[in-house]
Design a protein around this ligand. Structure first.
Ligand SMILES: C[S@@+](CC[C@H](N)C(=O)[O-])C[C@H]1O[C@@H](n2cnc3c(N)ncnc32)[C@H](O)[C@@H]1O
Length: 113
């Protein structure tokens, strides 16, 4: 079985990667994008990686075919118990960052499966 090539956006501590591992799916992480220092440190420790912090904002699509995007953008602004700031495109809320993933997919010549 070929390895599934993965792009992890808003990768956090890599819970979705852990699910892929548990499912015994052969995979390769092409890139991992996470802005929070502590998350990146944990992720690197858990998976033996050496990623640096980076933002999805302005992120350039890797020059490699991606099979699967794993995406977990912030949802606080949608929460019923939060400040309900919403996720309207270009509103500047954390939840509006989901539009960065849509931009990234649009910019990919070969779309993920
Ligand atoms: C809902 S959590 C994702 C959790 C992740 N699935 C995990 O396994 O830990 C959202 C993540 O988006 C990250 N984040 C927020 N703004 C970001 C940005 N501009 N670029 C990249 N990551 C960002 C947060 O630091 C947080 O770790």
């Amino acid at each position: 079985m070929n390895k599934v090539k993965i792009l992890e956006l808003f990768g956090g501590i890599g819970a979705i990667r852990k699910a892929i591992i548990n499912l015994k799916i052969p995979y390769e992480v092409v890139d991992y994008v996470e802005i929070d220092k502590a998350c990146v440190k944990s992720y690197n420790a858990l998976y033996g990686e050496d990623y640096k912090t980076k933002s999805v904002v302005g992120y350039k699509v890797p020059n490699e075919k991606i099979d699967l995007i794993m995406h977990g953008s912030p949802c606080q602004d949608f929460s019923r118990i939060g400040k309900k700031q919403g996720g309207v495109k270009n509103s500047g809320t954390r939840s509006s960052l989901l539009f960065e993933t849509i931009r990234i997919i649009k910019e990919m010549k070969d779309k993920p499966k």
